[in-house]
Design a protein around this ligand. Sequence first.
Ligand code: NAD
Length: 360
Amino acid sequence: MDHQRVEFLYLQQEDCVKAGGLDMKQTIKAVERSFFLHGKKDFIQPAKPVIRWGGPETEETTGRIMSMPAYLGGESYADELKEKGLLGPVSTSGIKFIPSRPENPSKHNLPRSNGIIIIVDSETLMPACIMDGTLVSAMRTGAASGVAAKYLANPDSKVMGMIGASVQGITQTLAVKESTDHLELCKVYDINPETTQRYLDKMNEFGCDIEFRVADSHEQAIRGSDIICTATIAREPYVDAEWYKEGVLHCEISFWDTPTEALKTIDFIVVDDWEQVKHHGVDVSWRAVRDQVIAEEKIRGNLGDIVVGNKAGRTHRKEKVLFNPIGMGIHDLSEAFRIYKNAARLGVGRKLPLWEEPFL
Ligand SMILES: NC(=O)c1ccc[n+]([C@@H]2O[C@H](COP(=O)([O-])OP(=O)(O)OC[C@H]3O[C@@H](n4cnc5c(N)ncnc54)[C@H](O)[C@@H]3O)[C@@H](O)[C@H]2O)c1
């Protein structure tokens, strides 16, 4: 029964790298594709189930395991995707399984999070590819801020403040650099100097040709910066709204860095998917609305609506804008699909059987 043999392409992280997984320019295109199709409503993305061993705040202590299923279309928008210089249709489904254990780096010399992604064959729904999702996850989260910078930052932004210099810090910086034309300086701050040094080494490895300055404090990194990214595992807020420069874009990637009160000084907030943000219940934008610190009207909407032109982005250079994504499975699928297609074309990875013949 040869025709019943099922095999899939297996990509370990090194294969993902060979297939272009570290190419931030292409990752941004893949992530913008998913924002675009989100704006066109050509996706399916059930709210993520989360396993955690306590309330939302325990995600930064004991951790969490998330499952992120998604379908992404694109066939009806092939011409528009092309016109925008994005990648073509996806028209398939997949899932990312992503556990996070915050003490992994200090206790086990392992990354905080690890991921596995499955992409299915759109005809049979059998697995077509199973791959490391750790790299995809880190790259796509950076790329989401890259897309936010493209649509929401002042175009002449020169200075970036990066708080948190670990995995996400690296990809945030690469993406912001890729999406801006005039970035000259990044001020970086992490409570762990060894992490900061590793970050500087990585920036060198990536050939990120801007000036890097190690800041002495959160305040120093934030004051005077046109674009700020916060990506830490802080459990207590440290951002002071007084430090914000006029016209700032703040990408809050982690969850507890900014006090809800600070959002009063923000002109408008953009998320990736407001329904998902509410469902997860951790993001500062949701907690500020829930606790009536700000009115829900301050949430301008989803970035995808701005990408397709259904909502306005920045209208004035003095506006202070917060981008506060919860992370979408359609980003993972879009980026993983790009890598899978590259790998298949280049003959990278290993084919593994799911079965030779189904037993039952
Ligand atoms: N919103 C999203 O889509 C999304 C996606 C992926 C990850 N994240 C979040 O991004 C955060 C960072 O992820 P990571 O993989 O880089 O984590 P990580 O554990 O590898 O690194 C966190 C870094 O934060 C630093 N840090 C902790 N407290 C700090 C403080 N008060 N000030 C400055 N630095 C501090 C640590 O020293 C460490 O270097 C996590 O909270 C993660 O959940 C969000």
